[in-house]
Design a protein around this ligand. Structure first.
Ligand SMILES: [Zn+2]
Length: 151
């Protein structure tokens, strides 16, 4: 675990007005603990992600901006890269947190990358007010790109 999932100093969830779900609670907390590590000197918009494998391991990612803005890496894809590097390719849930007031929905590129490994992934997005919403990847990306050129 890259981030301290059970840091007793951090008590964020359950969110006001939401149902308590221990797994969601821990996954969101894992992402939120990593939020200060985001490198966002240009936008000031920090994002962190926690990706849960089907074996129960969590991999984190944060956004990593660059002076050449097009080279910026999203937290979701950083988490996918960390998990794949560690040998994991099957995921069940993804939590994404940000400091903004709006839920940090994954961008289109991240949705396509997530589809590569987990077409039915559950995605939880939480904003600064700590409310969260849950979606499935097919809800967020109903028509995916499929490469049919494989032999
Ligand atoms: Zn993205």
């Amino acid at each position: 675990m890259q981030c301290n999932l059970f840091n007793p100093k951090i008590r964020i969830f359950p969110a006001k007005g939401s149902c308590f779900n221990m797994e969601t609670d821990k996954l969101l907390e894992s992402a939120r603990v990593c939020l200060p590590r985001a490198y966002a000197p240009y936008s000031g918009y920090r994002v962190a992600a926690a990706l849960l494998t089907t074996k129960g391991e969590v991999f984190n990612g944060v956004n990593v901006e660059n002076a050449s803005l097009g080279l910026t890496m999203c937290a979701e894809r950083v988490a996918v890269a960390a998990a794949v590097t560690a040998g994991h390719r099957q995921f069940s849930r993804l939590a994404v947190v940000a400091e903004g007031e709006s839920p940090p929905f994954p961008c289109g590129a991240c949705r396509q990358v997530l589809h590569e490994f987990a077409p039915n992934l559950q995605i939880i997005v939480a904003s600064r007010d700590k409310e969260y919403q849950t979606f499935t990847l097919p809800e967020l990306l109903p028509h995916t790109f499929e490469f049919n050129g494989k032999k």
